[in-house]
Design a binder for this molecule. Sequence first.
Ligand code: KG4
Ligand code: ZN
Length: 338
Amino acid sequence: MRVLGIETSCDETGVAIYDSEEGLISEALFSQIDLHVEYGGVVPELASRDHIRKTIPLIKQVIAESDKAIDGIAYTQGPGLMGSLMVGAAIGRSLAMAWNVPALGIHHMEGHLLAPMIEDPAPEFPFIALLVSGGHTQLVEVQGIGQYRLLGDSLDDAAGEAFDKAAKMLGLPYPGGPQIAKLANSGNAGRYKFPRPMTNRPGLDFSFSGLKTFTLNTIASEREQNRLDDQTRADIAHAFQQAVVDTLAIKCRRAIRETGISSLIIAGGVSANLSLREKLGAMVDEENARLYYPRPEYCTDNGVMIAYAGCQRLKAGETTGLPFSVQPRWLLEELTAC
Ligand code: KG4
Ligand code: ZN
């Protein structure tokens, strides 16, 4: 089965064609970063207007590279920005009607969660998933597609959101995650000791708002003492990144021990962070477990993960009817097995 996937939940227009027999056929991505950078974050109305401009040309581009007809269409149904989701869903549903093929709305985080399965070797079920994106920080026990048990969740800011906010405090442009990672490379370890929130008590939930305040206070204090030079900023970026990475690693180790599941996958924008990959790589070695992650371009938003997830579910016979809807808020646990 050959599936066209459309991702428009936030600030990336991603489309791809995935074939259940032949794998990935074609993909195209347009990032809106330049559009939003002057505002320091995503402006929803600008995002949806740009998806309107880009989605159809990108679909034409990937279709031109496919030697066979499309058998089904998958689009991101949520969670995400209402207007942006509406663009992908309306285009996907309409094209499916015109081509007389089934359409299916996909959960954006399921797309992220299944992205490591596009790689070789792919993880086998069951596995633990650490989902770390701009809107989510979750630990999920995955027994199969749609069989998700939430082990831990963020009580406030998501990991990516914390990266973005810390970057803003340090005067770095949006999106902040990759910028902090770059600055941290020239930072020295040991100058600052940032907290590892919620690691002293049991449980697998996360909270990054205290770390954000700690970062803000550290920057303010250094600025007051006229010490906020480039090296200081790099040292703060390093300490901040290390605190997030350590916190995530402590919780992942705990999840492996508590569930007895020895495959860990990481997905979502923050999983592109090299320091996180290194730390988790060392941790799984100690636990006799294995770590899987998608290549960096499939960590952040893309159409491939939606085409892949859609292919699995459409193949199993799932479809969305003609009256479609989008869900800006949508819990992963509400999904059903396929
Ligand atoms: O998955 P994603 O592209 O979009 C959402 O679904 O939210 O994740 C975007 C988030 C942003 O907060 C961005 O700063 C963060 O992922 N991010 C990173 C890195 N690359 C992207 N955070 C830390 N290190 C990175 N290398
Ligand atoms: Zn995402």
